[in-house]
Design a protein around this ligand. Structure first.
Ligand code: SF4
Ligand code: ZN
Ligand code: ZN
Length: 307
């Protein structure tokens, strides 16, 4: 960190946004992050004045920052409502601490907190699935079950939207992952706002998708947020980790490249999104949830876990 002053006031700078060539003191930095978050929400029409938003809160830096920012924004919309939703995947020595941090943060912010568990919903846990050493990584199962668990919790509380804390780094890693998995159309179907024209899934919004991960870490720290810092013991998504390192190296050498990739994905969506038909949905023969196949992905995975 060079010994410099803030580009917006005379205070000592604590952060340089390389791709914009500006320095921030801690106060101006927090304002800049809050402005970017608000701009994303407004540009993508993420919120309506009377929304009940289910905020997915894991207890990590991203989700606690998201909750903190949404609470500040919600203050301006008296008819809106927030509920934090946490998922207990059953990961010993990891999830308990995160849930406690989420509970404490919700208490401080005065936000209702709902917890659902894989044990309750699916009769198993991520630890148990990991111990089975099935073909795919534990994250493959855990990610599908988490999406279903959050959908169920949001439906239970009558939410109108689901907010998740994906940041810029998560988003651009996923863009490259989809290319490398040979699934480019998934890029077109994803984005900052996911709306199902068939109205079978709740809209999902990602208000932090334009905030880089390192800015979220600093924002959480400067805002005094207590978040979990240890990593999940099962989190070894090899390809995503390689992409993360690659993008971080590229960002150092070519500041702003992550934003360029995000904008490229946005342009693909704008130009191709309307032409992509949505596939027909039917009810999963096991759980009744909407799916394009006989059984939804979660039920198919549960079958594999049980056999
Ligand atoms: Fe689940 Fe993988 Fe995340 Fe751990 S790192 S909580 S296993 S998705
Ligand atoms: Zn300043
Ligand atoms: Zn199902």
């Amino acid at each position: 960190m060079p010994d410099s002053v803030c580009s917006y006031c005379d205070s000592r700078a604590v952060f340089v946004r390389e791709h914009e060539g500006v320095s921030f003191c801690s106060s101006c930095f927090r304002t800049a992050v809050e402005n970017r978050f608000r701009r994303t929400v407004i540009t993508h029409h993420m919120l309506d004045y009377n929304d009940h938003v289910a905020v997915a809160v894991s207890g990590g830096k991203d989700s606690l920052t998201l909750l903190h920012l949404l609470v500040r924004l919600e203050g301006r919309f008296p008819r809106s409502r927030l509920t934090a939703v946490s998922v207990d995947e059953g990961i010993d020595g990891y999830r308990d601490e995160a849930l406690e941090l989420a509970r404490t943060a919700c208490g401080k912010l005065g936000v209702e907190h709902v917890v659902v568990s894989y044990r309750e919903l699916f009769g198993t846990t991520t630890d148990e699935i990991a111990s089975l050493k099935l073909g795919q990584t534990p994250c493959s199962y855990c990610g599908v079950f988490r999406r279903k668990a959050i959908n169920k919790a949001a439906a239970r509380i009558g939410a109108t939207k689901i907010a998740t804390a994906h940041n810029l780094d998560d988003e651009v890693q996923t863009v490259l992952l989809n290319m490398l998995h040979g699934d480019p159309l998934r890029i077109v179907r994803s984005g900052p706002v996911l709306k199902d024209p068939r109205r079978r899934f709740l809209p999902r919004i990602k208000p932090l998708c334009e905030v880089p991960e390192k800015e979220i870490v600093l924002y959480a720290y400067l805002s005094g947020l207590q978040f979990q810092s240890i990593a999940c013991p099962h989190g070894h998504e090899a390809l995503r980790n390689d992409i993360r390192s690659f993008l971080n190296q590229m960002e150092v050498r070519h500041p702003g490249i992550k934003f360029t990739l995000l904008r490229s994905a946005d342009r693909l969506r704008t130009q191709m999104g309307a032409d992509l038909p949505f596939s027909e949905l039917r009810e999963c023969l096991k759980c009744g949830d909407p799916t394009t196949r006989e059984f939804c992905e979660a039920c198919t995975m549960l079958e594999a876990v049980a056999s």
